[in-house]
Design a protein around this ligand. Structure first.
Ligand code: NAD
Length: 427
């Protein structure tokens, strides 16, 4: 008899149990956080350009809203599943608590290859998502944002659709919108910038400094901005990959030229991209990035790309997880054993949700901040939470990932316990 496969959420929940061992928390807290509060699944039906109808599976999960309305992105991906959406929503619950944002965690997805749709079909699908989930979302209930293969324009379509449904302009229903439609300055590069501020603040503790060699997996929003910011500080970007290939140059790649080439040709494997990368650059398979000789590895693509079979190849001493869940639990244990420091996703990529929160605040105030204000507030938040987690990790002799979960769980537990626990009701 074959064993029941362990779901991605089951894997993620092992973090909850592990964090709970470091805190005195009531059993109610674990009972509340062990299951998603609600996951809605619908089939979206749209008219295609050729006149036919086509349907797509879609989800929205509100994992936990004890600390505030749920918050989390919507991804368009051909491999999206309910399990993945619930896992990402669980991570968002912890990420918002790590950063002390007044939010719970949520996530959404459509199972679709957006590249196979025309622009008009993409707009119809985005609007269909909002029509289907308008009962679940709302500025005080659940606030989506961009994620993999969704962008500011899609958020703008969705905000417009929601506003039509409720009959009132409601920009605060969604974040990551175009600036002209109520987006925040500084949101575009916020995820990478948050990770960059974190590395800068902890550089001494981590033993890294400009000049160190960086390899970046994924060259979309997170990957391109971290490459630009770190190269600007004097770090040497020795390898960058996308889903098509990996460009490697031990003396450093020309990041600005590569960003231009990726925008123009769509792929790092295009001959024009290799030419833009510099004469020393070599094109390798995408998978080669993990084993590149470097000091800092930045996963900025998809989940589970560092696993049992390739974790042994990692040469870096520091990993900055800009992607969500890029390291499987088994691989994580292998890296920890070898003394590799991992700045975990729920802290390292939290700059995105932090500036999303700033956008929501500005939408509700109807008053907009300068980019300098956004950067200053983001920097302060990343430094405060990053340092607190670093100290917790050092004092308790645990990994940064464990410390981040303990840090978040302490806040979640406080909120859940404030409603009263078994001890309160039976005293
Ligand atoms: P994106 O769609 O802009 O870019 C994804 C990139 O990953 C693309 O360049 C794609 O080619 C590449 N990729 C896909 N599979 C790959 C593979 N096997 N090897 C190498 N590259 C591969 O997405 P993004 O917004 O940059 O998000 C990347 C990660 O960061 C995701 O895990 C996402 O959840 C996380 N994240 C993003 C934000 C944000 O604000 N954009 C916030 C928090 C977390």
């Amino acid at each position: 008899m074959s064993a029941t496969p362990v779901s991605m959420l089951d894997h993620a929940l092992t973090r909850l149990d592990e964090a709970a061992r470091h805190l005195q928390i009531d059993g109610d807290v674990l009972e509340k956080l062990r299951f998603p509060r609600e996951t809605m699944q619908v089939r979206l039906m749209i008219r295609m350009d050729d006149g036919s109808r086509k349907s797509f599976m879609a989800w929205r999960c509100r994992y936990d809203d004890t600390r505030g309305p749920t918050k989390g992105g919507i991804r368009f991906h051909p491999d999206a599943t309910a399990d993945e959406v619930e896992t990402l929503a669980f991570w968002m619950t912890f990420k918002c608590a790590v950063m002390n944002l007044p939010y719970g965690g949520g996530k959404g997805a459509i199972r679709v290859d957006p590249h196979a749709l025309s622009k008009a079909e993409l707009e119809r699908l985005s609007r269909a998502y909002m029509q289907a989930f308008s009962r679940v979302v709302g500025p005080d209930r659940d606030i989506p944002a961009p994620d993999v293969y969704t962008n500011a324009m899609i958020m703008g379509w969705m905000a417009d659709e929601y506003s039509s449904i409720v009959g009132a302009t409601t920009p605060a229903v969604i974040t990551g919108k175009p600036i002209a439609l109520g987006g925040s300055l500084g949101r575009e590069d916020a995820t990478a910038r948050g990770g960059y501020y974190l590395v800068r603040r902890l550089a001494t503790e981590l033993g890294v400094k400009p000049g160190a060699r960086v390899a970046i997996q994924g060259f979309g929003n997170a990957g391109q901005h971290i490459a630009r910011l770190m190269a600007g500080d004097g770090y040497r970007i020795v390898a960058i990959s996308d889903s098509h290939g990996c460009l490697h140059a031990p003396d450093g790649l020309d990041v600005t030229a590569l960003i231009g080439a990726k925008a123009q040709h769509g792929s790092l494997a295009a001959p024009e991209a290799a030419a833009a990368a510099g004469s020393q650059a070599r094109l390798l398979p995408a998978e080669a990035l993990i084993g590149i000789d470097c000091d800092i590895l930045v996963p900025a693509a998809m989940e589970d790309l560092i696993h049992r079979d390739n974790a042994g190849e990692v040469k870096a001493k520091l990993v900055l997880e800009l992607a969500n869940g890029p390291i499987t639990p088994e691989a994580d244990a292998m890296l920890e054993k070898r003394g590799v420091v991992v700045l975990p996703d729920i802290l390292a990529n939290a700059g995105g949700v932090t500036v999303s929160y700033f956008e929501w605040v500005q939408n509700r105030q109807g008053y907009y901040w300068t980019v300098e204000e956004v950067h200053a507030r983001l920097k302060a938040s990343m430094e405060t939470e990053g340092l607190a987690i670093w100290q917790r990790a050092r004092d308790s002799r645990i990994s940064m990932r464990s410390a981040a979960y303990v840090h978040a769980l302490a806040r979640l537990a406080q909120a859940i316990e404030a409603h009263g626990t078994q001890k309160f009701f039976t005293a």
